[in-house]
Structures are given as C-alpha cells and as structure tokens.
Ligand binder design. Structure first.
Ligand SMILES: [Zn+2]
Length: 256
C-alpha cells in the first residue's frame, strides 16, 4: 500500500511521541536517581553540620579569668561585689565549656587575690602583681582563647554585655560573635570595643577578650546578674558564640 505524504508525517509524529515519552521517562529516572543521591548525601551531612558547633576540635585550651578577687572587689554597688558575680559566671562558663569538650583553666576558683600568690614580691603594687600572676597562669597553659569575665559599672540605666578585644585585633571575630549574642540577650545593639591598655589583653598572643557581662551599677541588671538562671543564660549564649566561632573560623586560632 502506498502511503500518502500525510501518513508519513503521522508516522514520523508518532515515532517522535514515542521517543519523546521514552526520553521523558529516562530524564525522569535520572532526576529521581539524582534526587535520591542528594537526599542520601544530605541525610549523612546534616548530622555533621548540626553536630559540629557542639563538637569542637580537641585540645582547644580556654583560660577563664574571673576578674578581681580577695581584697580587690572590683566595682561594688548595694553590697554586691563585682568579684562575686565574675566568679559565679566564670565557674558556670567553665563547666559548660568543659561539657562541650574544651580544656578549661580558671585563673582562680575561690575568692582570692592572685597578687598574694605572685612570686614577684619586689613589685609593690598589689594590682600589678595580680595582673602579672594572671598573665603567668595564662602563659603557662598556652591557651588559644582567654576570656576575662568582668561586670561593668558607672551607669544606673545602661545595661547589657560589652566585649573588649585586643589592640592588634586578633580577637575581633570572636568578640563580634559574643557581642551579638549578648546584644540579643539584652535586646541591645552594641559593638565590641578595641582596648589598647588592658594588661591581660595586650600581653597575650592568643585571642584574649574581656567580657563585661552587664552593669552591676544598674539595680535591675544587678539583680539579674545575681540570679542563677540568668547567669546560666549568659553562659549559654557565650558557649553558643564560642562554638559558632570555632565552627566558622577554626583557622583563626593558633593551635599548639
Ligand atoms: Zn572588673
């Protein structure tokens, strides 16, 4: 039977349709396969991503320095001494960081002045001896991160945390992250401040920050700073910040 040109067109069209369906089917299967592979990849990857901030690289040493102590009370308002607040927050922070796998050293674990245990008795200034002793502890443990915990003072109305970092700027990234976390807690919008004169910050090659956890001079915040639950909130945001920093910028610390 002789086929007309119209029949030929119909045959060609049908073969295209069959081929098209086959092609569509193949590309559908390839897409399905790729989707499956991607899902498997994500399922194995997601736990790693979410686990990483809480599983820092081993052997990260962190020195926590509760500011003041003993005869040096720091700022005092309404019989609340800064040294008590600093130690309470610092001890909780040390426990929380150890739980995360960091190696933590506290420069003091009780209400004591480090100037008393300083071997440099020829130095008359108690404050100077205290700082030298803190510096000696810091250098002995060669930490990657040093956090000196203090409370701010001077204003009845100011509130919220303030992070200070070293003049050379090596602690800026961690300072920025911690400041954001503290801002969020107090609903503030502060920036971390560079400090050129603080002994402990600028005698260390490691990342060294001063974390002022709040204003002891503000009656409202003073009550918060004495509150166990609020101290834990402060600690939680600081641990979160350190984990995020370690996850995002592990290259910026010097490992020894
Ligand atoms: Zn202080």
């Amino acid at each position: 039977m002789k086929s007309s040109p119209l029949d030929k067109i119909e045959i060609i069209r049908e073969s295209f349709l069959v081929e098209g369906k086959a092609m569509a089917s193949i590309s559908f299967r390839i897409s399905l396969f790729l989707l499956l592979m991607y899902s498997i990849y994500m399922v194995t990857l997601i736990p790693k991503i979410s686990a990483s901030p809480s599983t820092p690289t081993p052997a990260i040493n962190i020195v926590i320095d509760p500011g003041h102590g003993g005869i040096d009370s720091g700022a005092t308002y309404a019989e609340v001494e800064e040294k008590q607040v600093n130690l309470a927050v610092a001890e909780k922070l040390a426990v929380a960081l150890e739980e995360q796998g960091y190696h933590v050293i506290l420069t003091r674990e009780r209400d004591e002045a480090l100037s008393d245990s300083s071997p440099r008795t020829e130095i008359r200034s108690r404050h100077q001896r205290d700082l030298i002793q803190r510096g000696a502890i810091v250098n002995h443990f060669t930490p990657q991160i040093i956090l000196s915990i203090h409370a701010n003072s001077g204003s009845l109305t100011k509130r919220g945390g303030q992070v200070l970092y070293q003049a050379k700027g090596q602690g800026y990234l961690l300072a920025h992250i911690l400041q954001q976390k503290l801002n969020h807690l107090a609903n503030k919008n502060e920036v971390p401040l560079k400090n050129k004169s603080l002994y402990l910050l600028n005698r260390s090659k490691s990342i060294a920050l001063i974390v002022e956890v709040g204003y002891i001079s503000n009656p409202f915040e003073r009550e918060l700073l004495l509150n166990h639950a609020y101290q834990l909130e402060l600690v939680n945001v600081m641990v979160e910040g350190i984990n995020e920093f370690m996850f995002c910028f592990p290259w910026s610390i010097t490992t020894r």
